[in-house]
Design a binder for this molecule. Structure first.
Ligand code: ATP
Length: 234
């Protein structure tokens, strides 16, 4: 079954066409990655799916057309976005950040917060600390936890590796892989193409608003053209 099915999606800002006739799908249980350079339109694509910007085209989520729904209605259906730059509440504590996310959750019980702390012991240790004083990696874990508390069936992540040290990036990708292995479908947007593809089932490439690919992530990892343009020297 297709968890997410997008057809002819377009996003424009005045004369700038950020997403052009995009087609993309995520099957139930898959981890799908969209790689591409800075400014290629990846964030615009994710924000359109989440209902955070104006867009045209068809978006189906779990078999239901959602293009006309507001962002919070999409979240209620089980679609969560961890935005680029994290957007946590810096002056609130870790616990308060989680409580705010929990207000809108399906059950709003303390069990969900306890689950987060069991998965991320570092957040448990720092639960009374102000979020702004967390390290970059801890802030990203908090942002991810806020999305997970809503128990999404599709988790979308916008550049989770941004600004993190390489060791923390590796941990973050491992956590994303585990979340997916536990049954949550994932759509991941990343400039860190090699690492993202190494945990993905399938991958797309975004270039100046146009999506291509959609095949096996391992095949993309071996693609010489991608090596030169997106994998860097490492
Ligand atoms: P990045 O990794 O830098 O976020 P991206 O691949 O996510 O890049 P987008 O942020 O989606 O790319 O931007 C796609 C294009 O749309 C860029 O040319 C950008 O300048 C433009 N753009 C994005 N947001 C707006 C906006 N609110 N108003 C006008 N133009 C925008």
């Amino acid at each position: 079954m297709k968890m997410l099915d997008i057809q002819e999606l377009n996003v424009r800002y005045g004369v700038v066409r950020a997403v052009l006739d995009a087609h993309l799908h995520v099957n139930d249980g898959e981890l799908v990655v969209v790689v591409g350079a800075n400014g290629a339109g990846k964030s615009s694509l994710l924000r359109a799916i989440a209902g955070l910007n104006k867009h045209r085209g068809q978006i189906e989520f779990a078999g239901k057309a959602i293009s006309g729904l507001r962002a919070e209605q999409r979240v209620k259906l089980g679609l969560s976005l961890v935005p680029e730059g994290r957007h946590i509440f810096g002056r609130m504590s870790v616990l308060e950040n989680l409580q705010v996310a929990n207000w809108g959750s399906r059950t709003n019980s303390n069990a969900e917060i306890a689950d987060v702390f069991a998965r991320f012991p570092r957040l448990d240790e720092r639960k009374h600390q102000t979020a702004a004083t967390l390290s970059g990696g801890e802030q990203q874990m908090l942002a991810l936890s806020r999305a997970l508390i809503r128990q999404p069936s599709l988790l979308m992540l916008d550049e989770p590796s941004m600004g993190l040290a390489p060791k923390i990036v590796a941990q973050m990708f491992e956590i994303i892989r585990e979340i997916n292995a536990a049954g949550t479908s994932v759509l991941l947007i990343e400039q860190n193409a090699r690492m993202a593809l190494s945990i993905a089932n399938r991958g797309y490439l975004m270039e100046t608003g146009t999506l291509s690919g959609g095949g096996d992530a391992r095949v993309m990892l071996d693609d010489e053209r991608l090596h030169e343009a997106y994998f860097g020297k490492s």
